[in-house]
Design a protein around this ligand. Structure first.
Ligand code: SF4
Length: 401
């Protein structure tokens, strides 16, 4: 069993990268402003990537950078300089979906590991051996592999494997999609996906509009949630468990990373599969941040439309993120809290963080920055003093129960 399995989290900016690492991710993947599938949304200049690498090193964690576009000839300008800069910044690995980029990285930045993106739809051992000869150091499975395939390939592969455990799924084969190109002229495979699969559509047969349970039809898939397969993935010596979601909030990242960290640590300690009760517990923890319905993806084979299709059934978020602890005075029991969502006297809240797990408390006083007692904290990003009857740390998060 791989008890030291890597928990790999996404980050859309420096704050989220640091949050993921603080809450227990062993590695974070992010995209720079060039050559990445989320390049439009990236906030990472090279200096930010370097800061993320320095921060990760303090925690024994690693930074992976996506350069996973499907490049056309016009896209290679500046590639060599860029990967050299990533190598110098202290990046551990690049996530790649192009043979040309693999060979370029190997030639000009040999200290970088090359991880083959899920975009390359790797589903069999022969493909892995082929990519290994090209210089690939790790492969990310296609999300369409079932659990038996992931176990068989991971047990027999001569290079490490990485499997998705949580987050968005593309409705097309591991993201090989031109829907966004057709609808918006934005190329999903060159960083421009407009998530057109998540739009609502009218369905017609000939001229007649079809009624789909009285709602417009979205072809988007539910998100993946694979808590129940964690033991199997660790037992099969998968090297890394990956969470999707570079566009997600710091609160989402903290909640999801925190939950999977606990699950991995529990399995590593007991060396047993999670009980049904524990799976339910972790599922509820994830629901505190998850804002889309989830499914088990392809892990038990081809999913039915009902199991997979977004909007057929699903769950909402059970908890609201309301604040970030900025500091705590142990003598007075007062915490400085940055307000992110409304809370008031009597609100039933809980704190979670790297060293604290869902500790509940009820708000009995709020003091604003002028020193006035107030009933409601409702100014986003303002800082208030609240009494918390246990020790908390800066950067712990507070949510409404
Ligand atoms: S439109 Fe949907 S299926 Fe296509 S690449 Fe974007 S998210 Fe994936």
């Amino acid at each position: 069993m791989n008890k030291n399995i890597e928990l790999l989290a996404p980050a859309g900016d420096l704050e989220r990268a640091k949050t993921a690492i603080r809450f227990g991710a062993n590695a974070v993947y992010l995209g720079g402003k060039r050559f990445s599938l989320r390049s439009r949304a990236s906030n990472f200049e090279i200096k930010d990537i370097k800061e993320a690498c320095d921060y990760a090193r303090e925690y024994g964690a690693h930074i992976h950078v996506t350069i996973n576009m499907i490049p056309h000839d016009e896209d290679f300008d500046g590639l060599e300089e860029y990967v050299k800069e990533l190598e110098s910044a202290g990046v551990t690995a690049v996530i790649v979906a192009s043979p040309t980029i693999i060979q370029t990285v190997k030639k000009v930045a040999p200290k970088l590991e090359v991880h083959l993106s899920t975009q390359m739809s790797t589903t069999n051992l022969q493909a892995i051996e082929y990519y290994k000869r090209l210089g690939v150091d790790r492969i990310v499975f296609a999300r369409e592999c079932n659990l038996d395939e992931v176990k068989y390939i991971s047990t027999n592969s001569s290079i490490p494997t990485e499997a998705f455990i949580h987050g968005g799924m593309c409705v097309n084969y591991s993201g090989r999609c031109t829907l966004s190109n057709a609808m918006t002229l934005r190329d999903a495979n060159r960083g421009g996906c407009a998530q057109s699969c998540r739009w609502k559509y009218h369905l017609y047969q000939g001229n007649q509009e079809l009624s789909i349970e009285d709602c417009l039809f979205s072809m988007s898939s539910k998100d993946l949630m694979a808590v129940e397969f964690m033991y199997d993935l660790m037992d099969a010596n998968v090297a890394s468990l990956k969470i999707e979601g570079r566009m997600k909030s710091a609160y989402y990242i903290a909640s999801v990373v925190h939950t999977y960290r606990m699950a991995i640590d529990e399995i590593a300690k007991t060396e047993k599969p999670l009980s049904a009760e524990r799976i339910m517990y972790y599922t509820k923890e994830l629901a505190k941040a998850e804002n889309r319905p989830t499914s088990i993806g392809f892990y038990r084979g081809l999913p039915t439309a009902k199991a997979h299709l977004y909007g057929v059934n699903g769950a909402g978020v059970t908890h609201d993120f309301v604040g970030v602890v900025l500091g705590y005075n142990k003598d007075t029991g007062v915490a400085k809290v940055q307000v992110r969502n409304v809370f008031n006297i009597g609100s039933n809240l809980e704190v979670f963080g790297p060293h604290i797990h869902n500790e509940p408390f009820v708000i009995d006083s709020i003091v604003n920055s002028d020193g006035d007692l107030i009933e409601v904290a409702n100014q986003p990003m303002s800082v208030v003093d609240v009494k918390i009857p246990f020790v908390v740390e800066a950067q712990d998060l507070i949510r409404r129960r």
